[in-house]
Design a protein around this ligand. Structure first.
Ligand code: NI
Length: 277
């Protein structure tokens, strides 16, 4: 579990980084599993043909489920949001060598439609992530500003699905890089302003962002009951459609669950993008 001082740091700054999860050897083994998955689906997850496999692979692949339910990550998350924990979504954020992909200043909460704002994202690095290859930058304390207006579809080469950016001026002087070594993770609040720059290195930058919410949170979608996966504790609320953990990579049940999961999430996300503009 996190120490009280770490919980206070998160409450004040809106993030906590770095935190240990995997050894470097374990991170390398997971990179090999990712490469095998990319070969199986026909190319790197950064290609247009495979974008649908960027999100929610914890429903499809047992090894990704192992990452989103890793005890070191869940212990830290439990310290921040309590013992009953759902994975709302997970997304691969990969930047190929010397590529233009970026994220503009944004708050993750904008298109998630989750209330109250107690969602925390763990960003798990499978390669080193640093200023040169486009690690995340955080604006300390910016979560205290509450939800800010955003616009979708305004950022070319965005690693974010909606290509969104905040529409207010951001003084980026206090921004800090959050470098991670392979196997480490950062934690950030859903209202924290963050961004990332292009990968100017000759190596790939690979991370898995995992969105955690307590079971008490509600999704305000009107048309869709959103899928989520229980990874610790119990769900006494029933606000989400609970989805099964995969028993084996890409088996028939996992493929069926993944198809339902992807469609349910896509519909919910599109509804929120349309609502927020
Ligand atoms: Ni983000």
């Amino acid at each position: 579990m996190l120490a009280p001082a770490q919980v206070e740091h998160y409450a004040r700054d809106g993030f906590l980084s770095p935190n240990p999860a995997l050894t470097r050897d374990e991170a390398a083994a997971y990179r090999a599993k990712l490469a095998a998955f990319e070969a199986a689906v026909g190319g790197p997850l950064t290609s247009d043909a495979t974008t649908r496999y960027r999100a929610r692979t914890h429903v499809l692949l047992a090894w990704v489920h192992g990452l989103v339910s890793h005890p070191a990550i869940l212990d830290a998350v439990e310290s921040l949001i309590g013992p009953d924990i759902l994975v709302y979504t997970s997304t691969w954020f990969i930047k190929e060598p010397e590529s233009a992909a970026i994220a503009a200043w944004h708050q993750d909460a904008t298109y998630f439609g989750l209330r109250p704002y107690v969602h925390v994202t763990a960003w798990l690095a499978l390669t080193d992530a640093n200023a040169e290859n486009g690690c995340m930058e955080f604006l300390p304390g910016s979560h205290a500003r509450g939800q800010l207006p955003h616009r979708a579809g305004v950022v070319p080469d965005s690693v974010n699905r909606a290509g969104q950016a905040v529409t207010v001026d951001v003084d980026d002087a206090p921004a800090v890089h959050a470098p991670l070594r392979a196997g480490e993770f950062s934690l950030h609040h859903t209202l924290l302003l963050h961004r990332s720059q292009p990968n100017r290195s000759e190596g790939r930058r690979v991370g898995l962002a995992i969105s955690y919410v307590p079971t008490s949170v509600q999704h305000r979608g009107v048309k869709h009951k959103t899928p989520a996966m229980l990874v610790r504790g119990v769900d006494r609320f029933g606000h989400f459609e609970l989805e099964p953990a995969p028993a084996a990579d890409l088996d028939e049940a996992a493929r069926a669950a993944y198809a339902r999961s992807a469609e349910g999430y896509r519909a919910s996300y599109a509804e929120q993008v349309a609502r927020e503009g």
